[in-house]
Design a protein around this ligand. Structure first.
Ligand SMILES: *[C@@H]1O[C@H](CO)[C@@H](O)[C@H](O)[C@H]1NC(C)=O
Ligand SMILES: *[C@@H]1O[C@H](CO)[C@@H](O)[C@H](O)[C@H]1NC(C)=O
Ligand SMILES: *[C@@H]1O[C@H](CO)[C@@H](O)[C@H](O)[C@H]1NC(C)=O
Ligand SMILES: *[C@@H]1O[C@H](CO)[C@@H](O)[C@H](O)[C@H]1NC(C)=O
Ligand SMILES: *[C@@H]1O[C@H](CO)[C@@H](O)[C@H](O)[C@H]1NC(C)=O
Ligand SMILES: *[C@@H]1O[C@H](CO)[C@@H](O)[C@H](O)[C@H]1NC(C)=O
Ligand SMILES: *[C@@H]1O[C@H](CO)[C@@H](O)[C@H](O)[C@H]1NC(C)=O
Ligand SMILES: *[C@@H]1O[C@H](CO)[C@@H](O)[C@H](O)[C@H]1NC(C)=O
Ligand SMILES: *[C@@H]1O[C@H](CO)[C@@H](O)[C@H](O)[C@H]1NC(C)=O
Ligand SMILES: *[C@@H]1O[C@H](CO)[C@@H](O)[C@H](O)[C@H]1NC(C)=O
Ligand SMILES: *[C@@H]1O[C@H](CO)[C@@H](O)[C@H](O)[C@H]1NC(C)=O
Ligand SMILES: *[C@@H]1O[C@H](CO)[C@@H](O)[C@H](O)[C@H]1NC(C)=O
Length: 669
C-alpha cells in the first residue's frame, strides 16, 4: 500500500506544543477529520483530494491538515516558526482555453475565513477593496489571468497576504539546476506538478518552486519573497492546507501527495506511481462500465424499437455539442479567444460598440483587458462543415503578416457563428474619407499613399506567399486607415466562406456590385486578375471621388464609373474625370497616369490586366518609371480591341470600350 501517514509528535522545549511532520504519498482511505479536514466541496476521489464539484457553479473546497501548526509562541511575538512542505498537484480544465482558476496553498487561523468568495477568489479571499491585516497567508498557483488583480499572465505563482492581489508574482517554471536557464512549466494542462515551499520564519522569507514530476528540486527557487510584513499575517496557531474554487468553467484541481515538516526538511514524495489525469480523448464515452451499459441499452433500443431512434439520437447529440470546442478547432490559430472574453471586450456586443454591419456580418469595437483595441467581426454560416473548411484556410491566413494588411489576432466560434478578431483601425474605412463627409476629405497626397499601400498589401497576397491568396472583395469599404492614415487591406479570404457548400449549378458570385470583374458573370472562378480589376475600380474611385455606381446619375453611361472615365478618355480629356475637390493638389501628368492605370486594371480582358507587381511598380517606384510606360503602352495600345464582353451581375456594364475609341499608346510620363 502506498498509503503512508507518519505523524511525529515530539514535545518541544521551545514552544509548549507539538511539532508536525507528515507524508501523504497517497491519501488512501482517510476520512474527514482523521487525515484531513475537508470543507464544502472538497472530497477524496480514488485516493486523491479533489477540491471542487463540477456541477456546482460557484463551487469551492478546502482541505486542511487536522493539527494546527504552531507558528509563534504568542500572538504578539515575532518569533515565527519555519517549515518546509512539498506537494504534487494537477489542474485540468475541461476546455484548455477557458479562463482558469488554479489553487492555493494556505496558512489560516480559521478553516472558513470570514467573507471568503468562490470564483476567482480561490474560495479564500474577500472582494474587500481595502484588505485588512488578518492571519491568512497563501501561495497561489494561478491558472487564470485576472487583470483586475494585476495578474501578470494565466500561469503564475504569487504570494498573497490576506489579499487576492498578490504582493509578488512569478511566472510558473523553474531554473534548471544544470544550466541555470528558466524552463516554463504549464500548470493548466493536467500534468502533475511538484511544488516546494520553504517558509523561513527567522528571516521572513518564503521560497516557492514548481517543476514537473521527474525534475528533482531545483536549487534556485522560482519565487523568492522576503518581507517582515509576513509576521503580520501569522497567528500563534494556524491551519495549513489547500483551497480552490471555480465559476462556470470546469477545472479539476487535485492534490495527489503532500509532505510537511516544521522541524526540518519535508520528507520526499515518491512520485513514481502517482496517477495521471488527462481529458478523455473521446468526449462521448465516460467510465468503462457505465459507458458499456449505456451503449448496450442504446443498441438494444435501436434494435428493438426502430431505426429512426438512431437518427434522432445522432441529431440530438450533434445539437448538444454545438457549442463545445472540437479537436479541430484547437489545432488552428495561435490564439483562440473565449466567447466570454470577447463578450466582455465589447460590453456584451452592445449596440454602442457596433462599428458597422457589412456583407459578412456585424463588426464591433472592443477593448481587451490590457487596453488593446480590437475589432470583432461576427460571421454567420449555416453549415459547420463550411466553417471547418474555412477555418483551415483562414488559420493559414493568420500567418500572413504585412504592414498593409489588417492583422488578424484570433478567433472564436460559437455555434455557427465565427468571431474574427482584428486589430482596430482608428480611422475607419477609405470610402468614408472620400464620399461621406466633405469635412473629412482626404487630400491627393494621402490618397496616393493609400493606393500604394493597398497595392503593396494585395501584391503580398498574390505573390508574397507560397500560394496565391485571392482577396475576392476589394473595395474602398474594405480598405482601412490606421492611426497614421496609412492604408490596410481587410477581410481578405472571407469571401471564400460564401462560395463553399454551394450547389454547383448555382455557383454564387461573391464580391460587391460595381467592383466585380465582368468575366465573373460567365467564368465565375475568381482569379488574381479579377482582384486586379476590383483594385482598378478603387483607383478610379479614389482619383475621381465618385462611387463605382452612382445611383443619382441621370444616364447609365454616367452611372458606371468605369464607363464614365472611359468616355473622358476617349475624348482625350481624361483629367476632367478627376475629383474636382482636390483640383489644386495634383499634377496633371500624375493624375493622368493614375487614371490610366485604373483603366488598364479594369481592362475587360483579364489576360491584358497588369499583375499587382506591375501596379506596385507604377504606384510606388519612381525608378521603375520605365515599367508603367511599357505596361500601359503595351496594354493600352495592343490591337485596341476592347469589346465589352459582358455585364456584371445586376445588369451594370462592366466595360464599354469600342474599337473607335482606342487607348493612346503614348504616355505622359
Ligand atoms: C469535515 O469536518 C469538518 C469539521 O471537522 C466539517 O466542518 C466539514 O463540513 C466536514 N466536511 C464534510 C465534507 O463532511
Ligand atoms: C456535487 O454537487 C451536487 C449538487 O450540489 C451533488 O448532487 C453531487 O453529489 C456532488 N458531487 C460530488 C462528487 O460530491
Ligand atoms: C498584544 O498587543 C496588544 C496591543 O498591541 C495588547 O493589547 C495585547 O495585550 C498584547 N497581548 C499579549 C498577549 O501580550
Ligand atoms: C524570540 O527569539 C529570541 C532569540 O531568537 C529570544 O531571545 C526571544 O526571547 C524570543 N522571544 C519570544 C517572545 O519568544
Ligand atoms: C485565531 O483564531 C482563534 C480561535 O480559533 C481566536 O481566538 C484568535 O483570536 C484568532 N487570532 C486572530 C489573530 O485572529
Ligand atoms: C463583494 O461581493 C458581495 C457578494 O458577492 C457583493 O454583494 C459586493 O457588492 C461585492 N463588493 C465589491 C466591492 O465588489
Ligand atoms: C537547460 O536545461 C534544461 C533542462 O534542465 C533544458 O530544457 C534547456 O533547454 C537547457 N537550456 C539551455 C540554454 O541549454
Ligand atoms: C531561498 O532562496 C534564496 C535564494 O536562492 C536562498 O538564499 C535562501 O537560503 C532560500 N531560503 C530558504 C528558506 O530556502
Ligand atoms: C517508489 O514507489 C515504487 C512503487 O510504488 C517503488 O518501487 C520504489 O522503490 C519507490 N521509491 C523509493 C525511492 O522509495
Ligand atoms: C493584449 O492581449 C492580447 C491577447 O490577450 C495580446 O495578443 C496582445 O499582445 C496584448 N497586448 C499588449 C500590448 O500587451
Ligand atoms: C487617425 O487616428 C488617430 C488615432 O485615433 C488620430 O490621432 C488621428 O488624428 C486620426 N487622423 C485623422 C486625420 O483624423
Ligand atoms: C440546381 O440543382 C438543383 C438540384 O440539384 C435543382 O433543384 C435547382 O433547381 C437547380 N438550380 C438552378 C438555378 O438550376
Amino acid at each position: 500500500m502506498r498509503f503512508i501517514v507518519v505523524l511525529f509528535i515530539i514535545g518541544s522545549f521551545v514552544f509548549p506544543t507539538f511539532a508536525v511532520d507528515f507524508l501523504f504519498n497517497s491519501f488512501g482511505t482517510i476520512t474527514n477529520g482523521t487525515g484531513l479536514i475537508l470543507i464544502n466541496d472538497a472530497r477524496l476521489e480514488s485516493s486523491v483530494v479533489r477540491l471542487n464539484n463540477d456541477s456546482n457553479q460557484f463551487s469551492f473546497g478546502r482541505a486542511y491538515y487536522p493539527t494546527k501548526l504552531t507558528m509563534k509562541p504568542g500572538d504578539n511575538s515575532t518569533n515565527i516558526t519555519s517549515f518546509s512542505t512539498s506537494f504534487v498537484f494537477s489542474v485540468l480544465p475541461e476546455i484548455a482555453s477557458s479562463p482558469g482558476f488554479g489553487l492555493c496553498f494556505v496558512l489560516t487561523n480559521f478553516t472558513s475565513p470570514p467573507g471568503a468568495l468562490a470564483s476567482q477568489y480561490f474560495g479564500l479571499f474577500t472582494n474587500a477593496t481595502v484588505p485588512t491585516v488578518a492571519p491568512l497567508l497563501a501561495v497561489e498557483f494561478d491558472t487564470g489571468r485576472n487583470p483586475e488583480f494585476n495578474d501578470p499572465d494565466d500561469n503564475h505563482i504569487g504570494i498573497d497576504l490576506n489579499n487576492i492581489e498578490s504582493d509578488e508574482t512569478a511566472s510558473a517554471g523553474y531554473y534548471s539546476s544544470s544550466n541555470g536557464s528558466f524552463v516554463p512549466v504549464n500548470m493548466k494542462n493536467g500534468q502533475n506538478i511538484h511544488a516546494w515551499i520553504d517558509f523561513d520564519g527567522i528571516n521572513f522569507e518564503i521560497n516557492v518552486t514548481v517543476a514537473p514530476i521527474g525534475v528533482s528540486k531545483p536549487s534556485r527557487p522560482t519565487l523568492n519573497y522576503k518581507k517582515p510584513a509576513i509576521a503580520n499575517y501569522v497567528s500563534s496557531e494556524m491551519y495549513v492546507g489547500f483551497s480552490a474554487s471555480k465559476t462556470n468553467w470546469i477545472e479539476a484541481q487535485r492534490i495527489l501527495a503532500w509532505s510537511l515538516s516544521d522541524t526540518g526538511v519535508a520528507r520526499e514524495i515518491n512520485t513514481t506511481n502517482l496517477p495521471v489525469f488527462s481529458l478523455p480523448s473521446s468526449s462521448s464515452l465516460s467510465a468503462g462500465a457505465i459507458a458499456g451499459i449505456v451503449i448496450g441499452c442504446v443498441v438494444f433500443v435501436v434494435i428493438c424499437v426502430s431505426g429512426w431512434y438512431l437518427v434522432w439520437r445522432k441529431n440530438n447529440l450533434k445539437h448538444q455539442e454545438e457549442d463545445e470546442i472540437e479537436d479541430w478547432e484547437l489545432e488552428y490559430w495561435p490564439h483562440r479567444f473565449s466567447y466570454e472574453e470577447l463578450s466582455q471586450a465589447t460590453n456584451g456586443f452592445s449596440e454602442n460598440d457596433l462599428l458597422g454591419s457589412g456583407g459578412f456580418g456585424r463588426v464591433y469595437k472592443g477593448t481587451l483587458p490590457n487596453n488593446t483595441e480590437i475589432a470583432v467581426k461576427c460571421v454567420n454560416h449555416d453549415s459547420k462543415q463550411g466553417l471547418k473548411e474555412f477555418m483551415a484556410e483562414i488559420s493559414s491566413m493568420g500567418r500572413l503578416q504585412h504592414k498593409n494588411l489588417v492583422q488578424m489576432r484570433g478567433w472564436c466560434r460559437k455555434g455557427n457563428e465565427l468571431l474574427l478578431v482584428y486589430d482596430f483601425m482608428p480611422n475607419g474605412s477609405l470610402n468614408t474619407w472620400i464620399f461621406d463627409k466633405p469635412k473629412k476629405l482626404l487630400g491627393w497626397k494621402q490618397r496616393r499613399l493609400v493606393l500604394a499601400d493597398v497595392a503593396e498589401g494585395l501584391n503580398y497576397l498574390h505573390h508574397g506567399w507560397d500560394q496565391v491568396v485571392l482577396h475576392r472583395d476589394i473595395k474602398s469599404g474594405n480598405i482601412l486607415l490606421d492611426a497614421e492614415m496609412r492604408g490596410r487591406l481587410g477581410d481578405f479570404g472571407l469571401a471564400k466562406l460564401y462560395q463553399q457548400g454551394e450547389v454547383p449549378n448555382t455557383t454564387r458570385v461573391v464580391g460587391t456590385l460595381g467592383y466585380l470583374a465582368p468575366e465573373l458573370a460567365t467564368v465565375s472562378a475568381p482569379t488574381s486578375a479579377s482582384d486586379v480589376y476590383s483594385f482598378g475600380v478603387v483607383i478610379l474611385e479614389v482619383a475621381c471621388g465618385r462611387r463605382p455606381i452612382d445611383m443619382t446619375a441621370e444616364t447609365d453611361e454616367e452611372a458606371v464609373l468605369i464607363d464614365w472615365v472611359r468616355e473622358f478618355y476617349g475624348q482625350g480629356r481624361i483629367c476632367e474625370a478627376a475629383d474636382g475637390r482636390i483640383k489644386e493638389e495634383y499634377e496633371v501628368e500624375e493624375m493622368e497616369l493614375i487614371l490610366k492605370l485604373g483603366l488598364v486594371c479594369c481592362h475587360p480582358d483579364p489576360q491584358r490586366r497588369p499583375s499587382m507587381k506591375e501596379v506596385v511598380a507604377v504606384l510606388v517606384g519612381e525608378e521603375a518609371a520605365a515599367t508603367p510606360k511599357e505596361l500601359l503602352g503595351e496594354l493600352a495600345g495592343g490591337d485596341g480591341n476592347f469589346d465589352d464582353n459582358g455585364g456584371e451581375p445586376g445588369g451594370h456594364s462592366g466595360g464599354s470600350f469600342r474599337e473607335e475609341e482606342p487607348l493612346q499608346p503614348q504616355l505622359p510620363v
